[in-house]
Design a protein around this ligand. Structure first.
Ligand code: FDA
Length: 495
């Protein structure tokens, strides 16, 4: 309620926010989460094939990652609603993010990948790598409920034909592949394939939420935090300002919104400590605006810098008609092409489903590449909004690296690219990213544990700490880094 004074306020309920909430509540701290999206507990998510208002955040049209097939636009009109997926659009890139209690965990593919140790050390040189791999990655994997597919079952399951095709073609072209762990319950998926439970991953569900099977954060970290009795959750509230309070601590201003996005009321509370967990884009935007507006004028000039796409680029290949990929495709990827060790252009490509519910002979991939380009957020005082200066040209290294791998596979298979999926005559799906990282980089915009320099009691705990690239799907790294940082913060700042 407006006027309240709380010990700890967490902005956002994705991975960073959920870790902070669990560890703070377990340490005895009454903790309040403020989340702009809905609490989906007890609600149902939209179908993937017939999306409605529940699919997208306050839009009247869907913005599907694959925008067309054979010249037919894939998007459709929907009712404006506080749906779960937000393709936030900047001048040069579309950044997909989850909105709701659980953040990106509600919409993502569940791929739970621990990064290569040497690349982690290269990206975050100030962090003790041995401690990360001995303590914090295992802790994160356990708390997230990461599990592995039964490899014998994988070889026979109809729903993974697409993954076996992608693997076999990569192997035959000289590339290594690897199974990818997931937070989706593979035992549940087995029962879906056997027809004994309600289908979710096998009903094409993924980016608009899974009605069954997925261990999203609301079922793991956040449920454990709630079980302490010290967690307080407020959804459909968007934080708009944070500034030092006259009485000590920080005053936090938020808009309560309704499901059409309209502001119902504006509230201000005071918090002794504020944990920024609004995601790479959300946290960076908020902090850049606060610095520019003079509310947090002492923030480092590096706040807003070091943002990248994790080198994301999508691509589709057209298989021969005698190589079906399956009409039934699990929405949860389980296999990746690992060509990261190639110094000429590291690539880790997930073999992605194309869960259209019908045979399309398409092999789809989401490639993660080592793109060195970075962008920055900046405040526009005439509009009061925060922009991101990433340009389409900055995607070139991502597409070039992916091209080397998929040109080789096409040559070996005698196949071609699909040029109809991301716009007409366009091979590379590089106008979007699923993996925004950076904007508030550890050890630059913050100290070595996410404390915002100059503002005791303000912390960053989410993907904005990671400088633009991590070489694999990022949520395990975001979780493990948050575990490391919050442990230190609780031990030293809250003792
Ligand atoms: P995250 O974005 O999860 O959470 C931030 C939260 O803050 C959101 O709930 C948001 O609504 C809220 N918020 C923002 N601004 C706010 C404000 N001003 N006030 C209040 N609340 C605010 N990764 C992976 O490892 N494996 C995978 O398979 C995939 N697949 C995938 C698919 C798709 C479609 C997407 C969009 C993303 C993925 N990802 C992924 C990426 C992964 O989901 C992402 O890296 C993490 O969710 C980021 O975690 P954070 O804690 O940084 O923020």
């Amino acid at each position: 309620n407006s006027g309240d004074h709380v010990p700890a306020l967490v902005i956002g309920s994705g991975y960073g926010g959920a870790v902070a909430a669990l560890r703070l509540t377990r340490a005895g701290v009454q903790t309040h989460i403020v989340e702009m999206g809905m609490d989906w507990t007890g609600q149902t998510y939209s179908s993937m094939l017939e999306p409605d208002g529940r699919s997208y955040w306050l839009r009247t049209q869907t913005v599907q990652p694959v925008s067309s097939i054979l010249g037919i636009p894939a998007d459709r009109t929907i009712t404006k609603y506080t749906g779960v997926l937000d393709p936030e659009t900047f001048a040069g890139i579309r950044v997909y993010q989850g909105r709701g209690y659980g953040g990106g965990s509600l919409v993502n593919g569940g791929m739970a990948v621990t990064p290569r140790r040497d690349y982690f050390a290269e990206v975050l040189p100030s962090v003790d790598v041995a401690a990360m791999y001995a303590t914090y990655f295992p802790r994160a994997n356990a708390a997230l409920g990461v599990n592995h597919v039964d490899q014998a079952w994988f070889e026979t399951a109809d729903c993974y034909r697409y993954a076996r095709v992608g693997r076999d073609q990569a192997n035959a072209s000289g590339y290594a592949t690897t199974f990818v762990p997931n937070v989706y319950d593979f035992d549940y998926m087995k029962k879906e394939q056997a027809g004994t439970v309600t289908r979710s991953a096998l009903a094409s569900e993924v980016i608009y939420g899974n009605n069954h099977g997925k261990r999203s954060l609301d079922k793991t970290y956040l449920a454990a935090a709630a079980a302490t009795g010290r967690l307080h959750v407020t959804t459909l509230h968007t934080v708009t300002a944070v500034a030092p309070a006259a009485t000590g601590g920080y005053s936090v201003t938020m808009n309560q919104i309704d499901t059409t996005g309209a502001t119902v009321t504006v509230k201000t509370v005071t918090a002794d400590r504020v944990f920024f967990a609004a995601g790479s884009v959300g946290t960076s935007k908020l902090l850049v605006a606060m610095r520019a507006q003079g509310r947090l004028p002492g923030l480092s000039s590096t706040v807003g810098q070091g943002w990248g796409t994790n080198g994301n680029v999508m691509v589709g290949r057209a298989n021969h008609v005698w190589v079906p990929t399956g009409g039934l495709q699990s929405g949860m990827p389980a296999m990746g092409i690992d060509n990261w060790a190639d110094p000429a252009g590291p690539v880790f490509a997930e073999i992605a489903p194309f869960p259209a519910g019908t045979e399309l002979w398409i092999s789809l991939y989401l490639a993660i590449t080592k793109n060195p380009n970075r962008a920055r957020f900046s405040y526009d005082s005439s509009t009061g909004s925060v922009g991101l200066n990433w340009t389409a040209a900055q995607n070139a290294p991502s597409a070039a690296a992916a091209k080397r791998v998929f040109d080789t596979i096409n040559a070996a298979q005698g196949t071609v690219y699909r040029t109809d999926l991301f716009g007409s005559n366009k091979v590379w799906g590089d106008e979007l990213t699923y993996h925004p990282l950076g904007g508030c980089v550890l050890g630059q915009a913050t100290d070595g544990y996410g404390r915002l320099n100059g503002y005791p009691g303000l912390y960053v705990v989410d993907g904005s700490l990671i400088p633009g690239s991590i070489g694999v799907n990022p949520f395990v790294t975001i979780t493990a880094l948050a575990e490391r940082n919050i442990e230190k913060i609780i031990a030293t700042d809250l003792a």
